[in-house]
Ligand binder design. Structure first.
Ligand code: NAP
Length: 324
C-alpha cells in the first residue's frame, strides 16, 4: 500500500514509519522541514503540490500537531489547537479534491478527550467526554476542546469515498529517545519515579507494538469508522504504573512528589502538570468488540519488554558511535 503520514517525523510517526516500511509498504511523510528520503514539503495549513501524494494513496494517517509537552502559554495553546485543526482540515481538503482518494483516513486524536475520573473506565460508548469535571483546573478543559475540534474537523470533511477513523490514543510507549517512555524511564532511574500527588490518577498507555497492530487492524477493517480508543485494556494508577516500571528497570526507590513539586518539575522541564495529574482511565472497547487482541496488554510484561529493547538499542547506538 501507499501510506501517507502527515506529521510523520515525530515519535509516533517514527514508530509507524519503521513498522510500515518493514512490512513492505511505501510510506510518504509530509513535513514542514523535509530532510530524509520519502519526505515531502507541506505547511500543515494550505493545499499545495503535496496533495499529489495523497491522490492515489491507499491510506492517510494524520499525526501533525504541535507537541503538547510544553508550557501552556497562550501562544503555545493556540499553536496546539491551530496545528491540529488546520492540518485535519487541509488533509480533508486534499482527500476531497483527489481524483483517486484513499480508502481510509486515520486521524490522530487523543485519550485526553475523556473526563478526568477514577471511578470507572471510559470506553467509546459509555465514556464521559471531559471539559466540565468539578475540582480540576479550569484550563484542563482546553485540551478537551482541542481534541473535540480536531475530531470535528475530520467529521465535517466531505470525503464520501474515504472511511474516517479518529484514533483516541493513549500514551504510546516506545524505546525512542525523546518519547514518553524515555522520559518516564529516566525519572525512574533517577529515583524520582514515585507517586505524584498521591498517584491515584490513572495512566492509560499502549505499547508501540500494539499501536502499530491496532492501526493495521483499523486499516483492514472496512466496517469500523468514527472514534476508536487505542489503549491497552489495563490502565493503572500512576503509583502502581511507576512501581512496575521501577521494578522492570531495577530501581528500588522512587521518591514521591507533591503537587507542588510536580509543578516545579514540569516548569523546569518546560511542560505542564496536566500530563502528570489528569486521571486518564481509558479502555479499548471497540477494538476488543471487533476481535482485536493485545500482545502486550498488561503493563508488567510491556514494561519489561520496553526496558529490554531500550537497553539493546542504546548499547547498539553506543557501539555504532564508538566505531565511527
Ligand atoms: N506520543 C503519544 O504518546 C501520543 C498519544 C496520543 C496522541 N498523540 C498525538 O499524536 C500526534 C503525533 O504524536 P507524536 O508524539 O509523534 O508528536 P511529535 O513527536 O510532537 O510529532 C508531531 C509532528 O507534527 C508536526 N508539527 C509540529 N508542529 C506543527 C505545526 N504547527 N503545524 C504542522 N505540523 C506540526 C511535526 O512535524 P514537522 O516538524 O516535520 O512538520 C512533528 O514531527 C500528535 O498530534 C499528538 O498530540 C500522541
Amino acid at each position: 500500500m501507499k501510506i501517507v503520514l502527515p506529521g510523520g517525523t515525530g515519535q509516533v510517526g517514527g514508530v509507524l514509519r519503521r513498522a510500515l516500511t518493514a512490512a513492505g509498504h511505501e510510506v510518504v511523510v509530509l513535513s514542514r522541514r523535509p530532510g530524509r528520503a520519502g519526505e515531502v514539503l507541506w505547511d500543515g495549513r494550505t493545499l499545495g503540490p503535496w496533495a499529489e501524494a495523497v491522490d492515489g494513496s491507499d491510506v492517510v494517517i494524520n499525526l501533525a500537531g504541535r507537541s503538547v509537552s510544553c508550557r501552556y502559554t497562550d501562544e503555545n495553546l493556540r499553536a496546539m489547537m491551530d496545528s491540529r485543526v488546520d492540518s485535519a482540515r487541509v488533509v480533508g481538503e486534499a482527500i476531497a479534491a483527489a481524483r483517486k482518494p484513499p480508502r481510509v483516513w486515520l486521524q490522530m486524536s487523543t485519550a485526553t478527550i475523556y473526563a478526568h475520573r477514577y471511578d470507572a473506565p471510559n470506553d467509546e460508548a459509555t465514556g464521559v467526554i471531559g471539559g466540565d469535571e468539578p475540582g480540576v483546573p479550569g484550563y484542563w478543559a482546553y485540551s478537551v476542546e482541542i481534541a473535540r475540534n480536531w475530531e470535528r474537523e475530520q467529521e465535517r470533511a466531505a470525503t464520501p469515498q474515504t472511511r474516517k477513523v479518529a484514533l483516541r490514543a493513549a500514551m504510546v510507549m516506545s524505546p525512542d529517545r525523546g518519547g514518553v517512555f524515555d522520559y518516564l524511564l529516566w525519572l525512574a532511574r533517577l529515583g524520582l519515579g514515585g507517586p505524584v500527588a498521591g498517584g491515584a490518577q490513572y495512566m492509560s498507555w499502549i505499547s508501540d507494538h500494539d499501536f502499530v497492530r491496532a492501526v493495521e487492524f483499523l486499516i483492514d477493517r472496512d466496517d469500523i469508522s468514527g472514534p476508536v480508543n487505542l489503549a491497552a485494556p489495563g490502565p493503572l494508577p500512576q503509583r502502581e504504573f511507576m512501581r512496575v516500571l521501577r521494578r522492570a528497570s531495577g530501581m528500588p526507590v522512587g521518591l514521591p512528589a507533591t503537587r507542588w513539586m510536580a509543578a516545579v518539575g514540569a516548569f523546569v522541564l518546560r511542560s505542564d502538570t496536566e500530563l502528570l495529574l489528569k486521571s486518564r482511565r481509558v479502555v479499548p472497547g471497540r477494538l476488543l468488540d471487533a476481535g482485536f487482541t493485545f500482545d502486550h496488554g498488561a503493563w508488567p510484561q510491556a514494561a519489561a519488554d520496553l526496558v529490554r529493547r531500550t537497553r539493546r538499542e542504546r548499547s547498539r547506538a553506543r557501539r555504532a558511535a564508538a566505531r565511527s
